[in-house]
Design a protein around this ligand. Structure first.
Ligand code: DQA
Length: 143
């Protein structure tokens, strides 16, 4: 059976390419999404991608994913650092989640050093630019 994965981009990631290019690069979310889909195909995975700036919408999507996907790759943006609600949603679903970040959050401001979602994720990949997502796709295919 073909593995189905869901990629969730959280708040402000719709502005990739415009937003702080020194940190997040010059390429848009559309470029990132095309590359993710290509990488997923190469790994024999089916992939859906979702972006939202709203905490509740991300939680609803996680709940829905529990019956229709085999795994989730999530960049929760700033929610990573304080959303206990997203953490609880990840803990509530039984499918594995991989946390990703474009930047190396540990090399940035202190408030980014803590992730409230890491303890309920299978693993964390950060600091490789868009490559963090591609590595997560590879990890997902090997889970
Ligand atoms: C981010 C890092 C977060 O601290 C930040 O709030 C983001 C993006 C990243 O991908 O590097 O929005 O998750």
């Amino acid at each position: 059976m073909i593995k189905k994965i869901l990629v969730i981009h959280g708040p402000n990631l719709n502005l990739l390419g415009e937003r702080e290019p020194g940190v997040y690069g010059n390429s848009s979310i559309d470029v990132l999404n095309r590359n993710i889909i290509d990488r997923a195909k190469e790994q024999g995975l089916q992939c859906e991608i979702f972006q939202s700036n709203h905490e509740g919408a991300i939680i609803d999507k996680l709940h829905a994913a529990r019956t229709s996907f085999d795994g989730v790759i999530i960049n929760a943006g700033a929610y990573t650092h304080y959303s206990y609600a997203i953490r609880d949603a990840i803990a509530a679903i039984k499918i594995p989640c991989i946390e990703v970040h474009i930047s190396n959050v540990h090399a940035r401001e202190e408030f980014r050093h803590n992730s409230v979602i890491s303890p309920v994720c299978k693993g964390v990949i950060c600091g490789f630019g868009f490559g963090s997502y591609y590595l997560a796709v590879q990890a997902m295919s090997e889970l």
